[in-house]
Write a protein that binds this ligand. Structure first.
Ligand SMILES: [Zn+2]
Length: 131
């Protein structure tokens, strides 16, 4: 699969922070899914809030070659409440920002230049909120 096909498929959650909310149990999911683990098919589209909290994190010292210019960088799982979680890079990485429960906001930033053509890929990154 080409990078552009993947980006097209992931566009709703990658570029609009769009997921779904279960009408039966209230949990939220991103990317969207057809059936909730509670068994319900009653899912409606929703947009995630722009702020969440760090659920867990790691620091990458030896990254994929496409990100080698950025090492070390931090990856965080951000929880947006009621189940919706996204893995994203922490922008402007500072070690002291890596705390479970730390409030972060989501900003649209350049993620990488893809392939030999150098197509710029944009997406969301977490930015630590001031405490
Ligand atoms: Zn459900």
């Amino acid at each position: 699969m080409t990078t552009s096909a993947r980006i097209w498929r992931e566009k709703p959650h990658r570029y609009r922070l769009e997921g779904v909310r279960c009408k039966k149990c209230g949990r939220t999911w991103v990317p969207a899914r057809q059936v909730c683990p509670c068994g319900s098919r009653g899912l409606s589209a929703m947009v995630l809030p722009e702020e969440g909290r760090i659920l867990t994190w790691t620091v990458v010292h030896t990254g994929h070659p496409e990100f080698s210019d950025s090492t070390p960088y931090a990856l965080v799982v951000v929880e947006f409440g009621k189940g919706a979680r996204l893995l994203m890079q922490l922008a402007d990485f500072r070690r002291e920002d890596l705390k479970i429960g730390r409030k972060v906001k989501v900003e649209f930033r350049k993620v990488q230049a893809a392939g030999e053509s150098g197509v710029l890929c944009y997406g969301y990154k977490a930015v630590a909120c001031s405490e």
